[in-house]
Design a protein around this ligand. Structure first.
Ligand SMILES: NC(=O)c1ccc[n+]([C@@H]2O[C@H](COP(=O)([O-])OP(=O)(O)OC[C@H]3O[C@@H](n4cnc5c(N)ncnc54)[C@H](O)[C@@H]3O)[C@@H](O)[C@H]2O)c1
Length: 428
């Protein structure tokens, strides 16, 4: 494995050493009642959910800044949050920021920033937050190309040095059922894990029409799901949750080779811009282990939707998504919540519980390693499928493939890429 994406143990090993060291960040929160100022970049569905989760997680937070590229999104979010909790939300007009640079103003005003824009912007936003010495909650995925992943990994290493917490929105890692089931599997409940076969079969999450007079860039920011530089395609944006479970089951070791295919079978209208609607990927490990991931977004009468992860071990099998384990020759084990379990019932809240607990106790959480590894696995699957090539992991890790449009101005055309065609799509 390249040291560009170090194993979780390597990366977090240094984190705990640093966590024990004196705090380097400018503010400390030793008392539970000290106010932590939080802000949001990207005032859409998930960002709004994350603000609610944060307020549920810690009674002494204050929401002090919000930003979005569209003014109406900022205004609606500020109203929504104020109604949620008028005492803990303080968003006067001069703390509502609009535009592609809004992230800077939000980050400058807070202790903790929640990053929930389309993932194409995550490297830029994480880099700036860490540079400014702020703690980060970063929604998944954390980039849409290998260049972006490397930027995030470098920023997370910098965060370690600064004793900053970085929590990932790969929320299953904070789910009690997944934690207990995967621990049991790692402890040998079905022997060595050989194969994980995972499906993320869903429908199109949404489609947003453009307003008259908008530039190409504005149209793409509004309807970001269908543009690869912003979204990463379904495999990186949505199925990354499943990839992350597979990677976790494989102890966050990186694969050796990635082989994928896919296309547009149902969502063929040109209004759906660049992304595909199905992919099938195998991640091959050096020791013969295998992850298979199938993802698709098909809508229509009777189309089967499912999210599942079947784990095949040397001595039995499991379904990690439903928390069921079937050891050979022994009784089935199914996870049930213990009534005294201190973990939040909602994994989205638990992410924030752990985050503010770490900040208040002056320790750190740094999810950088696995969030970069799982994001890159999604990107690697997409690159292999689009190009029609088998890719060595090392080549993906070091790839110069960069989807950022040449013109990043709000009045510019955005990305001019067409629908990727295998054999013609250039991954460098
Ligand atoms: N963890 C989960 O289960 C989960 C669930 C849903 C979404 N997400 C992730 O959250 C992120 C946001 O998804 P969403 O569903 O909230 O999308 P959304 O479209 O509802 O919200 C995104 C917001 O970001 C704004 N935006 C776009 N570019 C921006 C920029 N450069 N600066 C500031 N604002 C910008 C948009 O105008 C929009 O309001 C995505 O990365 C997505 O994958 C995670």
């Amino acid at each position: 494995m390249s040291d560009m994406i170090p194993s979780r143990r390597q990366f977090l090993g240094t984190t705990s050493a640093l966590a024990a060291a004196a705090a380097l960040s400018s503010r400390t929160y030793a008392a539970d009642s000290n106010t932590i100022r939080i802000g949001l970049v990207g005032c859409g569905g998930r960002g709004s959910g994350a603000i609610g989760n944060a307020l549920d997680a810690d009674p002494h937070l204050q929401v002090v800044a919000v930003g979005d590229v569209f003014e109406h999104k900022v205004a609606a979010a500020a109203d929504r949050f104020t109604k949620m909790d008028p005492k803990r939300v303080d968003l006067p007009l001069d703390k509502r920021f609009v535009g592609l640079d809004a992230y800077k103003n939000v980050i400058d005003n807070v202790d903790v920033v929640l990053l929930a824009t389309p993932p194409g912007f995550r490297p830029l936003h994480i880099e700036y937050a860490v540079k400014q010495g702020k703690h980060v909650f970063a929604e998944k995925p954390v980039a849409t190309d290998p260049v972006g992943v490397r930027r995030v990994l470098a920023a997370c290493k910098e965060a370690e040095k600064k004793n900053l917490t970085v929590v990932s929105g790969l929320c299953y890692r904070y789910d009690a059922g997944k934690q207990d089931t995967i621990k049991r599997l790692h402890d040998g409940a079905i022997g060595d894990i050989r194969v994980v076969s995972s499906k993320y079969w869903s429908g199109t999450p949404w489609f947003r029409d453009a307003q008259p007079g908008w530039s190409g860039m504005q149209k793409q920011l509004n309807n970001w799901y269908f543009y690869v530089w912003l979204c990463g395609d379904q495999i990186a944006e949505q199925a990354v949750h499943s990839i992350d479970k597979c990677a976790w089951l494989m102890k966050d070791e990186s694969p050796e080779r990635v082989v994928a295919s896919g296309g547009r079978a149902v969502r063929t209208d040109e209004k759906f811009a660049q992304i595909w609607d199905n992919m099938s990927v195998t991640y091959e490990y050096a020791d013969g282990r295998l992850v298979h991931l199938g993802c698709r977004q098909w809508d229509g009468n009777g189309i089967y939707h499912t999210v599942e992860d079947r784990v095949i071990g040397a001595k039995g099998w499991a379904n990690a998504q439903s928390h069921d384990i079937y050891p050979d020759g022994a009784e089935k084990w199914s996870w049930r919540r213990d009534k005294d379990d201190p973990r939040a019932r909602n994994m989205y809240v638990e992410e924030h519980v752990q985050m503010y607990k770490a900040i208040r106790s002056n320790t750190t959480i740094n999810n950088g390693s696995y969030m970069c590894n799982s994001t890159l696995m999604g990107i690697a699957g997409r690159m292999s499928a689009y190009a029609g090539k088998a890719l060595k992991w090392e080549d993906v890790v070091n790839s110069k493939h960069d989807l950022t449009p040449a013109d990043m101005s709000i009045d510019g055309p955005g990305s001019t890429m067409g629908v990727p065609v295998p054999g013609k799509y250039d991954i460098g």
